[in-house]
Design a protein around this ligand. Structure first.
Ligand SMILES: Nc1ncnc2c1ncn2[C@@H]1O[C@H](COP(=O)(O)OP(=O)(O)OP(=O)(O)O)[C@@H](O)[C@H]1O
Ligand SMILES: [Mg+2]
Length: 199
């Protein structure tokens, strides 16, 4: 068991976004959470990652966690490569390993040609490649992805699933949030978040 969430609830005033949510994730699995806009998917991810507190309930995590937020937290005036350096230092990853991994990701997701470009000059899809790659350089045991392929072209979308399958084979537990999960056969489990309940 890599993640266990028990009886999570969260309200904003009278708006009960999450009512009583419990689930767990095991190693080597890919799990999807679907739900309409405003159903509370991102709030639930923030609680799982630990950057937001629930009103009730608790979350137990084991191992390193990688998080790709729905809205990319990138610095407009830094380059792609500067982001890799910044985040690998923040995560305490050794220089050589960080360099190897960032090269692998730049090549796999086909954005090496932008490595010295500032974020403010990049397309939305390329920024999203970097947002995802920053979660991946941590070599996480648990990967939380909030709408990870938003803006990806078809080829990049395929590469995303190939990379996810590889990580799962290495033992990673992946949680993917999306309002569109058309490739259901790629997932071990799918939950639907509706009216504050996960089914
Ligand atoms: N800081 C806040 N204060 C008040 N209400 C909030 C706050 N943050 C989120 N909400 C509300 O919580 C609900 C769930 O928001 P959330 O962002 O989790 O939805 P979502 O399922 O991720 O939607 P989307 O598919 O659009 O990304 C929404 O009704 C939103 O208005
Ligand atoms: Mg969201």
């Amino acid at each position: 068991m890599i993640l266990k969430a028990e009886h999570i609830s969260k309200s904003f005033g009278s708006n009960k976004v999450l009512k009583d949510i419990s689930f767990q994730l095991d190693t080597s699995t890919i799990t999807g959470i679907v739900g309409e806009n405003g159903s509370g998917k991102s709030i639930l991810m923030e609680i799982i990652v630990g950057i937001r507190k629930p009103n009730n309930g608790n979350v137990n995590r084991n191992g390193r966690i990688g998080y790709c937020p729905q809205r990319a937290l990138l610095f407009p005036h830094l380059t792609v490569q500067e982001h890799f350096r910044y985040f690998s230092i923040a995560y305490g990853i050794n220089n050589e390993l960080a360099y190897e991994l960032s090269e692998e990701l730049l090549k796999h997701f086909n954005f090496k040609k932008y490595e010295h470009e500032k974020i403010k000059n990049l397309s939305g899809g390329t920024q999203q490649k970097l947002n995802l790659s920053i979660a991946l350089i941590k070599k996480p045991d648990l990967l939380i992805l909030d709408e990870p392929y938003n803006g990806f072209d078809w080829d990049t979308y395929q590469k995303f699933w190939n990379y996810s399958a590889k990580l799962r084979n290495q033992g990673c537990a992946i949680l993917i949030v999306s309002h569109l999960l058309s490739d259901k056969e790629k997932l071990d489990h799918i939950y639907n978040l509706e009216n504050g309940i996960l089914e």
